[in-house]
Design a protein around this ligand. Structure first.
Ligand SMILES: NC(=O)c1ccc[n+]([C@@H]2O[C@H](COP(=O)([O-])OP(=O)(O)OC[C@H]3O[C@@H](n4cnc5c(N)ncnc54)[C@H](OP(=O)(O)O)[C@@H]3O)[C@@H](O)[C@H]2O)c1
Length: 386
């Protein structure tokens, strides 16, 4: 997290104005009329990253916490006379359902919308239809017909299409940028190496859940022939996500853009697991057992029944960032170029193991386990963050 002095510096910075609002199913965001008017007349760029990120939420819950607020916000923002860009933070796993139909165990995912009823589908019309069904029944035919790992993934898939539909109705498709991060991890450089908000780091939460498992084996689902080496974890430093978001916003990129570590930066589960086992204190190592193809199977380990994707592998395309790097040309420092490209190595298990322990402590508290149990199971690790 940031230090107290860094937070104070930010709060005292006259170019930052903080408005404490609440997105909901109306465009007012619990803000005063005066503030709303100020927003309307001054805002050029809206970056919408608010989300109740919870893989366990039902689709109905997501419709209240994520979809309706996102729709309200874009409808409102598209009326701003000076609006240049609306950026929606989605997830690369909005297309995780492709695993089922893919012929490859390393599922290719392009930076585009995958219509759920075949390539010829009018996905604006189907989104409006599905949204009506979700509001009425808490589900939709297209959701039932596809194997999404969680309602969250489908909720983002539907939100992307609903937002695109809104933008197209207002002839503003060129203003909408959809950023799709994979698992967001600790910062590579900015504001300091290792900076993280551990509770929103999905792979840290996963690592902490495995750390608290006192047994000898964990059962995971996979379709890979050799899951240890073929299944991968795509974790991207949070500052790389922000860099990509800002560069594509500035360059005027429209549509979907992945912010991922990609084929060159992702880790095999084997490497991830080896590093994780080093952080365990118990004298026996924890063995991965690969089982069913079905990621909803009740036989899987508790945390895998939530995360689901550890035994899978996704090859997220980064073509739009490759194009952006080309567009930026020679004027950009080589190192900066690399941060935009997929050439960095995710840091997590190099220096960031220190984030696991506090998350494990919080998880143990929820289970009513004493803090000393975490000390018995998990090392304190280390982090580069100051
Ligand atoms: N973390 C990941 O690995 C990951 C991966 C891919 C994509 N993403 C996406 O990245 C975005 C940010 O995720 P994150 O992990 O940074 O989440 P986070 O740490 O939970 O932050 C989400 C923020 O959104 C705010 N928020 C939620 N609902 C709101 C509402 N109705 N009105 C106003 N504010 C609201 C929350 O405020 P309160 O704290 O006050 O509730 C919180 O500050 C999300 O869109 C998420 O889907 C995250």
């Amino acid at each position: 997290m940031l230090s107290a002095s860094q937070v104070t510096a930010l709060l005292q910075n006259s170019s930052v104005t903080i408005l404490d609002g609440e997105l909901g199913d109306t465009a007012t965001m619990s803000l005063s009329e005066e503030t709303l008017q100020l927003l309307k007349s001054t805002v050029h760029i809206v970056i919408h990253a608010a989300s109740a990120v919870n893989l366990g939420s039902s689709l109905r819950e997501m419709s209240y916490t994520d979809m309706a607020p996102s729709l309200c916000l874009i409808r409102y923002a598209l009326k701003f006379p000076n609006l240049e860009r609306f950026v929606f933070v989605s997830t690369a796993y909005a297309n995780a359902h492709l695993r089922k139909s893919s012929t490859s165990s390393d599922v290719p995912v392009e930076e585009k919308i995958y219509p759920l009823d075949g390539e010829k589908e009018d996905y604006y019309a189907s989104a409006v239809q599905a949204w009506k069904q979700v509001q009425r029944t808490g589900s939709s035919e297209e959701y039932e017909a596809h194997d999404f790992p969680w309602p969250y993934g489908y909720g983002k898939h539907l939100s992307e299409r609903l937002l695109l539909h809104q933008a197209s109705e207002r002839d503003a498709l060129d203003k909408l940028l959809i950023i799709r991060p994979s698992l967001i991890g600790p910062a590579e450089e900015f504001p300091v190496p290792g900076f993280a908000s551990p509770h929103s780091m999905s792979s840290t939460r996963l690592a902490a859940a495995y750390m608290l498992h006192p047994g000898r084996r964990i059962t995971l689902a996979t379709r890979c022939k050799d899951p240890h080496t073929e299944s991968t974890i795509d974790e991207v430093p949070v500052d790389v996500v922000v860099d990509r978001l800002l560069v594509h916003t500035a360059l005027g990129t429209a549509g979907c853009v992945h912010a991922v570590s990609g084929e060159k930066g992702r880790q095999s589960v084997e490497d991830w697991w080896r590093a994780l086992n080093k952080e365990r204190r118990l004298p026996w190592s924890l063995k991965l057992v690969w089982d069913s193809e079905d990621w909803h199977s009740p036989g899987l380990h508790r945390s895998e029944r939530i995360s689901k994707i550890v035994g899978a592998s996704y090859a997220f395309s980064e073509e739009k960032t490759v194009q952006a790097v080309r567009k930026l040309g020679g004027g950009v420092d080589e190192k900066e170029k690399m941060r935009l490209g997929s050439f960095f190595r995710a840091l997590f298990f190099g220096v960031e193991t220190g984030h696991i322990y506090p998350v494990a402590l919080q998880m143990a508290r929820k289970k009513n386990w004493p803090a000393c149990s975490v000390r018995l199971l998990c090392r304190k690790g280390k982090t580069a963050a100051t």
